[in-house]
Design a protein around this ligand. Structure first.
Ligand SMILES: Nc1ncnc2c1ncn2[C@@H]1O[C@H](COP(=O)(O)OP(=O)(O)OP(=O)(O)O)[C@@H](O)[C@H]1O
Ligand SMILES: [Mg+2]
Length: 330
């Protein structure tokens, strides 16, 4: 059985286990600790034939390979794919196809890839027919919380309506608990929880924020953690991973960094990673740094009046002026 047609076949079939939105739910427990470090990034499939047969997974593996690290996400996508595929196989024998709760918590510092990953997950779940539309909607406290009693529930319901069929991503979700019992944020949480329980809703909710704040937020709302069985940590990137991101971002833009330039950037990253451990904006900082270096290179080339191909693709040490940089660290 080939799952490649899952998108077109899946949504209309009442018996299709893939169609999670029409059914009740069971929880998935993901045990991060038992995973063998070596195995976890490896593809499930070795031959081209197998990859072709599992085309959706192969495409998402390729998409995720563009990103450095994110091992937990790569593994999660494998797990969800395998679960849905095996469910279909089980159905051929008349076996029960289980349902799962796929709401998630993403914990990590700014720029660690949370939004990027949530977008990819949205389109993956769409292609697997778990979500009917697969669009991505990012909101924050102000989009959910109103100014008077009843306003918040209405605002949140409006957001939920728009998010139907897709992924609703709430950034800095802990801010919903900011003002304690009297704050309207609580009303937003209650409305969200109600929608999660209500089978009419076809959406995956992802709450994101700094690790420490999210843990505190979850501890204030004892009913919440079990509703989000998938919790993913987005750790700060290591200096080597940041350098890999630098290389990938430059090569994507058709630039090359000189050896001298590499050492210079690496030294800088090593230093600021230590100094700004909690607020450092990881991948976003790298992107901004590179865009600034590209502007600096352009100014240098104009000044030098050098327009040959090699000059146009080369980024040098001098193109990174960290002490006068306009790029914010966080
Ligand atoms: N692993 C990675 N490999 C390559 N680029 C990355 C990686 N992680 C993040 N980036 C890049 O860093 C930038 C910021 O990523 P993203 O917006 O997903 O972070 P975020 O965790 O949502 O941040 P915030 O919490 O501040 O919203 C994007 O340009 C993204 O492409
Ligand atoms: Mg984000």
């Amino acid at each position: 059985m080939d799952l490649s047609g899952i998108r077109s076949k899946g949504v209309s079939s009442m018996n299709n286990p893939v169609n999670v939105r029409k059914k009740g739910r069971i929880n998935v427990v993901i045990n991060h600790k038992t995973i063998d470090k070596v195995d976890r990034t490896e593809s499930l499939f070795q031959t081209e034939q197998e990859k072709e047969k599992h085309d959706i997974l192969s495409r998402f593996e390729t998409e995720l390979e563009k990103y450095v690290g994110l091992e937990e996400i790569k593994r999660l996508v494998n797990e969800i794919y395998a679960w849905l595929y095996i469910n279909q196989r089980r159905q051929q024998y008349g076996l029960k196809a289980s349902k799962q709760v796929l709401h998630m918590i993403f914990k990590g510092n700014p720029g660690t890839g949370k939004t990027t990953v949530a977008r990819i997950i949205a389109s993956f779940l769409y292609e697997m027919s778990v979500l009917s539309k697969g669009h991505f909607m990012e909101v924050e406290r102000a989009d959910l919380v109103g100014e008077y009693i009843g306003h918040t529930a209405q605002k949140t319901r409006d957001v939920l309506k728009k998010a139907n069929g897709g992924v609703l991503f709430i950034d800095e979700a802990y801010s919903l608990a900011r003002g304690g019992e009297k704050d309207f944020g609580k009303e937003a949480i209650d409305t969200l929880v109600k929608a999660m329980e209500d089978n009419q809703h076809d959406f995956v909710l992802i709450l994101a924020g700094y690790s420490r704040e999210m843990d505190y937020f979850l501890s204030l709302n004892p009913g919440l953690p079990s509703r989000f069985p998938i919790a993913i940590d987005f750790p700060n990137y290591t200096t080597d991973q940041l350098m890999e991101i630098v290389r990938r971002m430059l090569s994507e833009r058709e630039y090359q960094l000189t050896k001298d330039g590499e050492l210079h950037v690496k030294e800088h990253l090593r230093r600021i990673r230590q100094e700004q451990e909690r607020t450092f904006s990881n991948g976003r900082y790298i992107r901004n740094l590179i865009e600034e270096a590209i502007r600096m290179q352009a100014v240098r080339l104009l000044r030098e009046q050098k327009y040959d191909r090699q000059a146009l693709i080369t980024i040098k040490r001098d193109d990174f002026q960290f002490h006068t940089s306009h790029v914010k660290l966080n």
